[in-house]
Design a protein around this ligand. Sequence first.
Ligand code: IPE
Ligand code: IPE
Ligand code: MG
Length: 253
Amino acid sequence: MFEKFRKPKKGPVAISEEEIVKGPIPNHIAIIMDGNGRWAKKRSLPRTAGHHEGMKVVKKVTKLASRLGVKTLTVYAFSTENWKRPEDEVNYLLKLPQEFMGTFLPELIEENVRVRIMGDKDAIPAHTQKAVDKAVNDTKNNTGLVLNFALNYGGRAEILDAVNHIVTDFREGNLQKKVDEDLFSGYLMSAGLQDPDLLIRTSGEIRLSNFMLWQLAYTEFWFTDVLWPDFKEQHLLEAIYGFQKRGRRFGGI
Ligand code: IPE
Ligand code: IPE
Ligand code: MG
C-alpha cells in the first residue's frame, strides 16, 4: 500500500527509449539467447518451460528493436551443435518456431517486420519448415526490421558451405573473379545483410558457440549475466547504451 512512497532501489538509472534514440542505433544486433535451461532449473521446471518463456522474450525484443529503428535483428535459436541434446528437448526447440509464427505472425506483418532464416533448412522437421517458409513469404514485401532467425545454424558449416559453393561456381565457369571479402560475404547465409554492430550474449557465458564467425570480426560484444527468459526491454536499452559509449576504430586511430 505504501509502495509508491518507497525510495527507488539503488542501482543503475533506467535508460529510456527517448534517450537511446538520440545516439547511434546499431544497424544490426545479433543475440545469443542463452540460459533458458538454467532459468527453468531455478524454478524446478522442465527445460522446455525455459524455452517457451524465452520465445516470449523474442517477441518483446523484436518490437523494441523495431521501434528503435534497428535494421536487422539476428537471433540464435538453434545451433548445429544443439542436436546433441536429448531428443525431447530438440523436438521441442524445433517446434517452437511454429508456435512463434503461429501466434506472432499477424503482429510481425503489422509491424512491417521481414522474417528471414539462416541455417541448414533441410535437417529441420517439415512442419517447422512450412511455418518458417510461410512467415518468410508472408513478410517478404515488408520494409521494416529484418528478423533473422539462425536455425540449425553453425558458423563453421556456413563458411565451409560458402567455400564449396565458390569451388563449384569456379569449376563450372561461373566465377572468374578473385575471391575478395565482398564476394565471400555474398556466399554466406547472411548474404545481403550488414555485419552485426552489436552482439549480445545472455547467461554469463563468454563465448561465441560457433555463431557468425566471419560476420563478427569487428562487432562490439555485450555479455550479461541475465538469463534469456529474464531479459527485459531495459536490458536491450542498456546494451545499446553501452554500445553508444564504445569507440569503434576498425583498426584506425
Ligand atoms: C538457450 O538456452 C537456448 C538454446 C540453446 C536453444 P539453453 O537451453 O542453452 O539454456 P542453458 O544454457 O542450458 O541454461
Ligand atoms: C548457443 O547456446 C546456441 C544458441 C543460443 C541457440 P548453447 O547453450 O548451445 O551454447 P554452449 O553449449 O553453452 O556453448
Ligand atoms: Mg546454453
